[in-house]
Unconditional design. Structure first.
Length: 229
């Protein structure tokens, strides 16, 4: 009887393993790239918050060896890879037990290192990134990228410039301080991938921009260019 029970357990384990593998459309390699069943390679380019891709995400396959779903708050998250707006040039990945997504790009499409200093233009996206479906098209935005970043990084922080004094109330709270949107650094025109920089509004009297976790003043001359587009 014990032998029969052990046999059934072995069959159950084998069946579960085969079932899991049969639904896996992607494999992670030793160098952290993702390879699709057709051999297409995808390079990891950053986690949600550091990079972003606009559009509707649609599940296309699990990663071999990973659990297929997990519970997060009141929802079930399906792990694996997601296409964006029907395209598989950029893929979104959900890891097990991680609510934040990761971004991958087809290795043969990526022409440059994913870095703020390699952006070819900057555009202003008002409101939440989640509500936007695509990167604003050229020629909109700032193309003097090096000068734009240099001016901001060499300028004052929001705190040192007294921006918080504009919204501070007598009781110590802040009034009408809110996230206005994001300045998005476009890396390549042919890839739906941007680097978002949060823009804060101080009662619409002044604005700040966060770069490398430092909150700088967003200079008026660049504000005008961003808002005019």
């Amino acid at each position: 009887m014990r032998k029969i029970s052990a046999l059934f357990i072995c069959f159950a384990i084998v069946f579960s393993f085969v079932s899991c593998n049969s639904s896996a459309g992607f494999t992670e390699t030793d160098n952290k790239t993702i390879v699709a069943n057709d051999g297409t390679e995808y390079a990891f380019v950053g986690n949600e918050g550091m990079v972003w891709c606009f559009g509707k995400w649609e599940f296309i396959g699990h990663v071999k060896g990973e659990i297929e779903e997990f519970n997060h708050l009141f929802s079930i998250v399906q792990t694996g890879m997601y296409s964006v707006n029907g395209s598989q040039d950029v893929l979104v990945r959900y890891y097990p037990y991680n609510e934040f997504a990761a971004m991958y790009v087809k290795s043969d499409l990526l022409k440059t290192e994913v870095s703020l200093d390699n952006c070819i233009r900057f555009v202003l996206v008002e409101g939440s990134l989640f509500s936007n479906t695509e990167v604003p098209s050229a020629p909109k935005g700032i193309t003097e990228c090096e000068q734009f970043l240099s001016d901001i990084r060499s300028g004052q922080t929001a705190k040192d410039a007294g921006l918080y004094d504009l919204v501070k109330q007598p009781d110590g709270t802040w009034n009408n301080l809110y996230a206005y949107g994001s300045v998005c650094g476009v890396l390549q025109e042919d890839i739906n991938l941007i680097i978002p920089l949060t823009v804060m509004s101080f009662d619409n009297k002044a604005y700040s921009i966060i770069i490398d976790d430092i909150e700088y003043v967003l200079p008026e001359e660049w504000l005008e260019k961003l808002f005019s587009e």
